[in-house]
Design a protein around this ligand. Structure first.
Ligand SMILES: NC(=O)C1=CN([C@@H]2O[C@H](COP(=O)(O)OP(=O)(O)OC[C@H]3O[C@@H](n4cnc5c(N)ncnc54)[C@H](OP(=O)(O)O)[C@@H]3O)[C@@H](O)[C@H]2O)C=CC1
Ligand SMILES: CC(=O)N[C@@H](CCC(=O)OP(=O)(O)O)C(=O)O
Length: 314
């Protein structure tokens, strides 16, 4: 059977990248919406109800509207927005989060594609909490940088109009209420919200999450090697993982932390750096905000839902 896919928001940053990734596939057909009807409710409703899988690449309110327009009881949905990420009726679309998650996604009718920033945090922190190495109430801090494409068409236009000389590095969200905090907290299995400081870089695409850990206050202080082993052990048990863990290097300096090195891939690479004498560890995740952070993950989830090799077109 050739699956019918409708990308609602196909002209946006995430939608376009999904289209490009799906081009040339013969196991599916992409139902396209005429450009002048992109926001026409009746046309969208018709296509949403014709599709086997609808991929929503829209602002949150428009994504909720699309879901409400599906009346057939069968169309499956992958939503790239923040609207349903902690909704218990939706499967969270980070397949490598646990051993069961890819099967959960494969069976689900409604899949919420993860936020770009949270995936690197969940990938590094959740295995440590599950292993009992970090307590759930650990006071976590996350610092992160994203290319300006993370802000969608509007931010891309602003940065590109300003030109390289005027483009700037910009920490933001400085009241610590970023929309990604709930999913970061919940799927990392943290008891409290982390202090999350995102920033936009003066480049288009690519992301790094930094999770510094001051471990001296713990009753049992883990070494960097123990932390690395818990994270590497988690991913060794995940089938078809796009997340890899760099070999453990104490006090290392590596060129692999450039946010742009995994651009246009669905890869995520994790690193652990440590100073055991000071009980300090730094966890780092490097990936493409538009790849594993958005459209790559959406295609990975679509593949799981269609029952094809998760690596198809990635
Ligand atoms: N960029 C990124 O790195 C990531 C983005 N996401 C999420 O994916 C979603 C899409 O983001 P992104 O692609 O960056 O955003 P863009 O702004 O680049 O694209 C959004 C698209 O949706 C269209 N749109 C807006 N309202 C409607 C509507 N009512 N009906 C139909 N189409 C509509 C817009 O059209 P128009 O421009 O004409 O208004 C635009 O083409 C968002 O929820 C975002 O949070 C998730 C992970 C990462
Ligand atoms: C650089 C930048 O602005 N990034 C966006 C996050 C990217 C995005 O749209 O995230 P979702 O995964 O939640 O949809 C922001 O901070 O709002």
């Amino acid at each position: 059977m050739v699956a019918k896919i409708f990308i609602d928001g196909e002209a946006g940053t995430t939608g376009l990248q999904i289209r490009e990734r799906l081009a040339g596939r013969d196991d599916l057909v992409v139902l396209s919406i005429p450009a002048d009807k992109r926001k026409d409710i009746d046309t969208r409703a018709a296509l949403l109800n014709q599709a086997d899988v609808a991929i929503l690449c829209l602002p949150d309110d428009a994504a909720r509207e699309s879901v409400s327009l599906i009346t057939n009881g069968t169309t499956r949905v992958i939503d790239a927005s923040t609207a349903y990420r902690v909704d218990p009726d939706w499967a969270y679309g980070f397949a490598e989060m646990s051993r069961e998650q890819s099967d959960t996604i494969a069976r689900a009718r409604f899949v919420s594609n993860p936020g770009c920033y949270p995936q690197g945090v969940i990938a590094t922190v959740r295995p440590l909490i599950e292993a009992g190495i970090l307590p759930a109430d650990f006071p976590l801090t996350v610092n992160a940088i994203s290319g300006y494409s993370g802000g969608g068409k509007q931010m891309i236009a602003e940065y590109e109009a300003a030109g390289p000389a005027a483009s700037h590095f910009m920490p933001y969200g400085l009241t610590f209420g970023h929309k990604h905090v709930p999913e970061m907290t919940s799927y990392s299995r943290l008891a409290h919200a982390p202090l999350f400081v995102p920033s936009v870089g003066d480049y288009a695409q690519g992301m790094v999450d930094f999770v510094p850990l001051q471990l001296g206050g713990l009753a049992k202080v883990p070494t960097g090697a123990q932390i690395h082993s818990a994270i590497a052990g988690h991913f060794a048990g995940i089938k078809d993982s796009f997340v890899t863990v760099a070999p453990y290097e104490e006090l290392a300096k590596t060129p692999e932390l450039d946010p742009q090195i995994y651009n246009n891939t669905n890869q995520m690479k994790l690193h652990v750096f440590a100073n055991d004498a000071r009980a300090q560890v730094l966890l780092v995740a490097v990936y493409d905000n538009l790849g594993k952070g958005a459209s790559g993950a959406a295609v990975q989830n679509l593949n799981l839902m269609l029952g094809v090799d998760p690596r198809t077109s990635l």
